[in-house]
Ligand binder design. Structure first.
Ligand code: PMP
Length: 528
């Protein structure tokens, strides 16, 4: 329904217009389980089956009764929601519970320290900042060590216990003019100058093509989609994007970007120049299953290659589980099933049970810098309300011998079987079915060269997936969306309560969409 005329439209009116173009600008007034209710023109509630699942934030369903009850209880008790700079036992309990589950899945005991945030992108920003703080501290320690070596080399030459290796001078393009001591000073000044240049280089991130890590200033530079990233390039450090399953490209990027610091060392009475690896790479940020990039599962082999590569170059791995995590694929962390271990993890979305806005960044002890706690914070982060809700979410996931994880896997299998059957019947329309558990996608074949002008127009309009989503909503009362960076892929991320009837409802819709595309009936797809 249009806004009342006296209310000016100022909250993203352009976006509303674009959604309206695809028939998606409806208002939802109530939500429960897998169902959202929209208001029709007569003001009646119409149920819509939700496969968009709050973009991954309602794995337990909209307004899960136990989550809502906990929220009501907290508010009724007058819980102090904002009590910054005090003890936060609930945050500790939440961190401990996350650790207990993660340790079980990874088979490790190393603690992960928790920094809480308010949104997914904020958790990624915290990881980026922490990794940069750590990198800076490692650089400072390395520079200090190199300075001490340089000074003792110069002193050794001055005292006559060492001489300068002529090859060292040649290597740096220097010609000594005076005595040995002058040569040592020349070497010292040149290595110091070159090191200053190396240290001034901005950090570099590694990320995967198709990756999505948020839209804040630093995180959007890790998000591959050019449209989101390019306008803001100058605001933050850059990433090199690597295609999936290409360990050779990893090695290439490393060879191109690696940096060294030069040290002066004394061996056998000679001062020589040695290279120390300079940590250019701040972090390797990966999703175990790319969500916005079109529901793409990282292969176990490439996961292992990323892990080994990063360990070899001393670059921490940030595993972004914001969409894939919290039980969606049958384990708390989708990456634990792939054999990928993160030095950092980010979690959000379902962590807030569909009602709180919260996120967490976890850092393993070996990398943790306690100094971060003093320099990073947010007014709203780590509040009691979100922590208590997140504790309830973990309790619900773990209840009944971890029933929710099994449900996610089992319901995911059932949904996937249906998607596969549609693909089998429409190989000309559907390119691929991908994902794990309740994080599934179907990729439609590019229709921009369709023989039907109406289908061609839809495909070339740039909103292909949104047009399909609009039709599914209008004609089948099913809510889904394309992934943000791969518009030919529709996403399915319903709750663990997904019923067979709801799967059948989606199947009817998808089969009709496939038939319309096959038969070139683009006009029916776009008809309002
Ligand atoms: N990382 C991933 C993997 C995501 O899927 C998302 C959100 N789609 C984000 C980060 C950003 O989270 P938020 O929208 O809460 O900032």
């Amino acid at each position: 329904a249009p806004e009342a005329p006296e209310v000016p439209e100022l909250a993203e009116p352009y976006l509303r217009e674009v959604l309206a173009g695809a028939g998606l600008a409806v208002e939802y007034v109530r939500a429960e389980g897998n169902t959202l209710y929209l208001l029709d023109d007569e003001g009646r509630e119409v149920p819509v089956t939700d496969f968009a699942g709050g973009y991954g934030s309602v794995l337990l369903g909209h307004n899960h009764p136990a989550v809502v009850a906990r929220a009501q209880e907290l508010l009724a008790q007058g819980t102090p929601v904002h009590a910054q700079f005090s003890r936060h036992p609930y945050a500790n309990r939440l961190a401990a519970e996350l650790n207990r589950i993660i340790h079980r899945e990874l088979g490790t005991e190393e603690p992960y320290f928790a920094i809480f945030g308010n949104s997914g992108a904020e958790a990624v920003e915290a990881a980026v900042k922490h990794a940069e703080l750590d990198r800076g501290m490692r650089i400072a320690a390395l520079a200090e060590e190199i300075a001490a070596q340089r000074e003792s080399a110069v002193a050794a030459v001055a005292s006559g216990t060492a001489t300068v290796d002529p090859a060292a001078l040649t290597r740096l393009g220097l010609t000594a003019t005076g005595d040995a001591s002058a040569a040592a000073h020349l070497l010292a000044a040149e290595t110091e100058r070159r090191n200053a240049v190396a240290v001034a280089r901005p950090p570099l991130f590694l990320a995967l093509e198709g990756g999505f890590h948020g839209k804040l200033a630093a995180s959007v530079q890790l998000t591959h989609n050019e449209g989101y990233r390019a306008p803001f390039r100058s605001l933050a450090a850059q990433a090199r994007f690597v295609p999936h399953d290409r360990p050779d490209v990893l090695k290439e990027v490393y060879a191109e970007e690696r940096g060294v610091l030069l040290a002066l060392t004394v061996a056998d009475g000679r001062v020589t120049v040695t290279e120390r690896e300079f940590p250019v790479f701040c972090a390797f940020v990966v999703e175990p299953i790319q969500g916005e990039g079109g529901i793409r599962v990282l292969s176990e082999e490439f996961a292992r290659e990323i892990q080994e590569f990063s360990a070899a170059i001393g670059c921490p791995v940030v595993v972004d589980e914001i969409q894939s995590g919290m039980g969606r694929t049958g384990t708390l962390l989708a990456s634990s099933a792939l054999g990928l271990r993160g030095d950092y993890y980010t979690l959000a979305k379902t962590l807030g049970g569909g009602i709180a806005k919260t996120s967490v960044m976890l850092v393993r002890q070996a990398y943790y810098r306690k100094e971060f706690e003093i320099v990073h914070s947010s007014t709203f982060a780590k509040d009691s309300f979100s922590c208590h809700i997140a504790l309830k979410v973990l309790e619900l996931l773990e209840a009944d011998d971890r029933l929710a994880y099994r449900r996610a896997a089992e319901r995911g299998d059932a949904l996937r079987a249906m998607l596969e059957s549609v693909r089998t019947d429409h190989p000309d329309v559907i390119e691929d079915v991908r994902g794990r558990g309740l994080m599934l996608g179907i990729e439609f074949r590019d229709q921009s060269a369709s023989t039907s002008p109406t289908v061609r127009a839809v495909a070339q309009g740039g909103l292909f997936g949104y047009v399909l989503a609009g039709h599914l909503l209008r004609a089948h009362r099913v809510r889904t969306f394309p992934t943000a960076s791969a518009l030919n892929t529709l996403r399915f991320e319903p709750s663990v309560g997904l019923s067979d009837a709801e799967i059948a409802q989606l199947e009817t819709g998808l089969r009709e969409v496939c038939a319309l595309l096959r038969d070139g009936r683009g006009d029916t797809l776009t008809a309002a």
